[in-house]
Design a protein around this ligand. Structure first.
Ligand SMILES: [Zn+2]
Length: 337
């Protein structure tokens, strides 16, 4: 299902460049549904049942019937839009909005913007979109890559609170803290490339080594701290450089500046856009969104981001509200399973 993307999508032809153009293109459900079809099958319809490529019969604007095996499918089956009761126009507006806001948007903000009937609808949409933000089969990081772990997602309770109540809150917020591993490409002479971020169970080798292997191309030079967890990186095909700061007074950003920078941006984003406390079993979705934004931060065209997210949305199987809400604390490799 990992289709090759057309190399150079063009603004005005493949995606709308402005809000005005967006309105012109997506004036009704039928226009949205044609667009999904076009992005999903850029070379023409391929039957999901018999794999024949042929122009289908159209039972209705969104129901396609295969000429060969008579399989009936909808344009949105097997995408994050499958069986949604929310109009595609609202989905498209949500995607436009989410990719045009520099820091993204909360579910409440989305509900208000689209005038959705319930918070739960907005929340489920946001989670499906975050799920689509991870491109299947994406390439691993390479070159010089920093790796380290940090805690995110908790929040210190307000200063005014005292005594037992404050203690209880502090405890709850501590529970919300998740340990995440961060990998950042370091560019010469300066600057950062792409990132990968994942929740990990703990700082042990068993937790961190699988993260490194899934996130970084073998042969890369990996910068880490002195931790034992990374001692066998060379056995897995990596060059390792330990960035140990001997002077105890040196702050951590001296030794691993990339990870330090990304961690502080991530924490600020979680606090700002999402008001902090996110339960550990929900945080993976937010890490997906942060990664999507960070890795495309230099993209000059917001319309192109809209197009990329739609492309990924049509390749992503949908989750239901219950599946998202019931997601439990699985460790790194179990996410989205
Ligand atoms: Zn068929």
């Amino acid at each position: 299902m990992v289709g090759d993307f057309p190399n150079k999508p063009l603004g005005g032809r493949d995606y709308p460049r402005t809000w005005d153009e967006f309105h012109d293109w997506f004036h009704d459900e039928s226009a949205c549904s044609s667009y999904v079809e076009q992005v999903r099958w850029p070379e023409g319809y391929v039957c999901p049942s018999c794999d024949e490529m042929d122009e289908p019969f159209r039972a209705s604007r969104a129901r396609l019937v295969c000429r060969h095996c008579r399989h009936q499918g909808s344009v949105t089956a097997g995408t994050i839009f499958e069986k949604t009761r929310t109009p595609l126009r609202s989905w498209f507006a949500a995607i436009w909005y989410i990719t045009n806001q520099k820091h993204g948007v909360s579910a409440l903000g989305m509900q208000r913007m689209l005038g959705l009937g319930s918070y739960q609808t907005a929340w489920t949409m946001m989670h499906r979109l975050r799920q689509a933000m991870v491109r299947p089969g994406r390439e691993r990081l390479s070159g010089v890559v920093e790796v380290d772990e940090t805690y995110v997602g908790g929040r210190t309770p307000a200063k005014g609170r005292r005594g037992r109540r404050r203690k209880k809150l502090a405890y709850q917020h501590d529970e919300y803290k998740s340990l995440v591993a961060i990998a950042v490409e370091i560019k010469e002479p300066k600057g950062f490339g792409r990132v990968r971020i994942s929740r990990v169970e703990d700082s042990s080798e068993d937790s961190l080594l699988p993260f490194v292997c899934e996130s970084i191309e073998p042969g890369s030079l990996v910068h880490t701290d002195g931790s034992w967890a990374y001692r066998s990186l060379s056995d897995s095909g990596y060059d390792r450089e330990r960035k140990v700061v001997l002077g105890a007074d040196d702050p951590p950003h001296v030794s691993l500046p990339g990870v330090h920078r990304v961690a502080s941006l991530l924490k600020r984003w979680l606090l700002g856009t999402h008001q902090g406390s996110i339960k550990p079993h929900q945080i993976d979705a937010y890490l997906n969104e942060f990664t999507f934004r960070f890795n495309r931060r230099t993209s000059r065209s917001r319309g192109l981001l809209f197009y990329r997210l739609i492309q990924q949305a049509v390749m992503t199987e949908p989750l239901t509200y219950r599946q998202i809400a019931d997601r439990r604390t699985t460790t790194y490799s179990g996410r989205w399973s």
